[in-house]
Design a protein around this ligand. Structure first.
Ligand code: PFF
Length: 448
């Protein structure tokens, strides 16, 4: 157990876990969903979902991880030996596999767009950005190439281990991400029409809030905070016993939410109003069009896609770490072999997603990448979160859970704190997630 690795400090953990949480979900998905669902009104609903439903689950995952000091499968085996609860951990490892496979495809686009940006192919070219993107998306060889490039970057960091790989990368990349964001926000706010974008983003339109929006906010909170698949169990397993898990969970939740909200202050002022397109097009088409029209657009484009690549990398690293930790803890594999082997297999699994944007007709027609996102990014995460609550509430027992949380957390024992956590874990979280899950399954609709 000694050679599993540990974060060098609380800050190291907060940066690494925030790196996992802050990803494409924040920079690309959050602003778009917010824009399409009532602006400021959606942000309020989102904040409610984050702090009422997702935050307690973040604590649950960290406690399970730190108590067991194991990967998600080993964690349930350690806390509930002889039971079948380890299946929840196994589903988490599968979700890591599944999400990473398609997430790396989109992450690969960011690297491709950095390269295009530097070579001038993005802003100097006369080709319509929509045509540029669809040609790129339909080029199967290029898609697979960038998928493998990004997978190799992820594997490289994970091979370095907990402290010298993941934490070190986060220590360099997250401050850089923040700096680039500030530069971009300051710049786009000076553009003509920026104020219209800001107004569109923050003025609440409560008429757009309905049950669908609320469920969308909850799904987004789960995905954005990397919950439900054991990423936080794994990262929590590298925490020392005396860490105050409550404050650690709070910082990670806070930073993730802050970056999501700030991302909107890049996208909307740049657009100068409501987005005309959604999904991949928003960033890879509409923004590219904007970059062509503004002064220093070429440089700004490179900065923007670098920002996205950084956010994506610290997230893909956490996805691969879940699978790697499983192979190390449960199968006794060496870290290097585990990371390379898993990374390679996952990249192979990513090929159908990479070919589903025009390169292969059949995969494109069924929308393979979107289907993967629906199954792993929506269903698996919400189901995992649901089962983890049930595990703590009805199998492990809240008293045992609180006892472990109390090591390092001064709040435990205070009636209002215990009362709040109990109500959240017994009722609010499972109920809210059950509704979301039922909705997802009945409508078959992806929340992305
Ligand atoms: N939180 C990441 C994002 O917002 O892009 C995605 C993610 C990473 C989900 C790690 C799940 C996970 F375990």
């Amino acid at each position: 157990m000694d050679n599993r690795g540990e974060w060098s400090s609380k800050l190291g953990f907060i940066l690494a876990a925030s790196g996992s949480a802050i990803g494409l979900g924040n920079i690309w998905r959050f602003p778009y969903i917010t824009g399409a669902n009532g602006g400021g009104a959606f942000v309020l609903v989102y904040l409610l979902c984050v702090f009422v439903v997702a935050f307690p689950i973040m604590i649950v995952e960290l406690v399970i991880g730190r108590k067991s000091k194991k990967d998600p499968v080993g964690a349930f085996k350690t806390i509930a030996p002889g039971s079948k609860w380890w299946i929840i951990g196994a589903m988490g490892v599968m979700a890591g596999f599944g999400i990473l496979s398609y997430y790396s495809v989109v992450a690969g686009w960011t690297v491709a767009y950095i390269v295009k940006g530097i070579s001038g192919g993005l802003t100097v070219s006369n080709l319509d950005p929509a045509v540029l993107f669809s040609r790129f998306a339909a080029n199967g060889k290029l898609q697979i190439f960038y998928l493998f490039v990004f997978s190799a970057m992820t594997v490289y960091v994970v091979i370095g281990g907990v402290k010298d790989g993941i934490e070190k990368a986060a220590r360099v990349l997250l401050p850089l991400l923040f700096l680039l964001m500030v530069v971009l926000i300051v710049y786009v706010l000076t553009l003509p029409g920026a104020i219209n974008g800001v107004k569109f983003y923050i003025i609440p339109d409560f008429s757009k809030i309905n049950s669908h929006t609320i469920l969308m906010a909850m799904g987004q909170a789960f995905f954005s905070l990397s919950l439900g698949m054991g990423a936080m169990i794994t990262y929590g397993s590298y925490l020392p016993d005396d860490d105050d898990l409550f404050s650690s969970a709070f910082y990670v939740t806070f930073f993730d939410t802050l970056i999501a909200i700030l991302a909107g202050f890049i996208i909307f002022p740049a657009l100068g109003g409501a987005p005309t397109k959604s999904g991949p097009s928003l960033v890879f088409v509409v923004l590219v069009d904007v970059f062509r029209k503004i002064p220093f657009g070429g440089v700004i484009a490179v900065i923007f896609f670098t920002l996205m690549a950084i956010a994506a990398l610290t997230s893909t690293v956490s996805l691969l770490e879940v699978v790697t930790a499983y192979l190390i803890d449960e199968k006794g594999m060496e870290r290097k072999k585990a990371a390379i082997g898993a990374g390679f297999l996952i990249a192979i699994l990513g090929i159908p997603s990479a070919l589903s944007l025009g390169a292969n007709r059949w995969l494109t027609r069924i929308g393979f990448l979107d289907k993967m996102d629906f199954i792993f990014g929506n269903i698996f995460l919400t189901f995992g979160g649901f089962m983890m609550c049930l595990f703590v509430a009805y199998k492990w027992g809240l008293e045992c859970f609180l006892e472990h949380l109390s090591e390092g957390c001064q709040h435990v024992g205070k009636p209002h704190f215990n009362g709040w956590l109990k109500i959240a874990i017994y009722f609010i979280c499972p109920l809210a997630i059950a509704i979301l899950l039922l909705y997802l399954i009945l409508t078959g609709e992806s929340l992305g």
